[in-house]
Design a protein around this ligand. Sequence first.
Ligand code: AMP
Length: 498
Amino acid sequence: MASQQIGSKPISEKPQMTFDELGLSPKVLAAVERVGYTEPTPIQAGAIPHVLQKRDVLGTAQTGTGKTASFTLPMLTLLEKGRARARMPRTLILEPTRELAAQVEENFKIYGSGHKLNVALLIGGVSFDEQEKKLMRGADVLIATPGRLLDHFERGKLLLTGVDILVIDEADRMLDMGFIPDIERICKLIPFTRQTLFFSATMPNEIQKLADQFLHNPARVEVAARSSAALTVTQNVVHCGSKPAEKRAALRHLIDNAADLQNAIIFCNRKRDVATVARSLERHGYNAGALHGDMDQHARMKMLASFKDLSTKLLVASDVAARGLDIPEVSHVFNFDVPTHAEDYVHRIGRTGRAGRSGAAYTLVSKSDQKYLDAVEKLIGKPLIEVSENSTGVPHDAQKDDAKAEADNQSEQPETRKPRRSERKPRRAAPKPQPVAEKASEPTRDAGKTTEPAKAEDSQRARNPKGTNRRKQTANDNVPFAEADHVPAFLLRSVSLN
Ligand code: AMP
């Protein structure tokens, strides 16, 4: 439930409201009805009335709580009056990643279909020209990642003096990614009189300081942390060996034995492992794809779309996919690695069990991961359910169970080995994931498997045909993704697929 306070004074909890009581315009209420929402989520009930009263809002809420609509719906209502001027957006929404930005744009399209508003998206990896054209037309809503926004500003294509509403979304993720100086700069370019809506899943000191600096007497709206919201997720832990081939064999076993598996996200800590695990699954006949921060924008969007429409059933992902992406109805989450930051566990398993649906999460744990598992259990305040090898069928000696897995281990780089000379050469692009034979509703023991084993290809190197980033990638390879990837530059790098 949401607990609210204004300034430092707590207010008693509000009873469940209806959308009609929030003060939204008839057009927006019609959109809500069209979408089929029957009642506001706690963050929506808590934030929307304040936004409509033009107050600053400090929202502590994670993705999956309905946070996006808590700012898009009242913004649409407020934007019904007024008109955009060329190069001077009326509102600005800052998002840490391109996917999140694109998702917010999607929300405006859905809820704002009757509004005829100009919505512009400024994200990296896409040509400046189209974006400039949109800015020139006048944007009612500008959704941007901080780097690309500042690029446009520096090119003189953008004036931020007309921004009435500023939304800073996923502030703690911005912090993780090193965007805070950019955010501070952007805040200073926007008139002091603006309304600021600030959302973060957690409130570490740096984020609180930022909020204190840029918000005026905000209405605070907090919703229960995801760790308690994810009660619908069965959280299991499976002990396995630490060798990559053992882990991959254990993963396949879990997938094969998972009950009612429709689709799944498999999280790895390292970018390199994302590519390796996806490739290995494909090689074993599963319908799998990869999503991580080194892929160019086009490839990431394509993979995400393919996962959303179930053409790809198993998405192997780094934490870049864990936050914010709205992927409905994921039945299973597999943690190939225990995340090194316990909060990432909560974000990861938050991909399943959404909106009250049930879901299952399995975390593979080897001996060396124990300390990370302890941190996760401490954070969520309960132990994960130990699933014995017998009940899952995970083999006692996974390394021996599959000679092929061992072969994978030979051909897929061991943790410390330097890349072979031949590996630096350009390679062919990865093939499209094979279409699956079975539908989502069909028996699911083999839900992730393709009918034909896909060819093994080195998709990660294929994305980097000239080998120009080879050195950097090798240096990052042994660093957990969460640490290695917190450099905004990776989001801006565009690498051709062919
Ligand atoms: P978000 O936290 O914004 O990523 O939203 C998570 C999911 O909840 C999205 O699929 C939304 O479409 C959905 N959602 C948002 N608001 C509501 C609501 N009031 N009732 C039901 N679903 C909602």
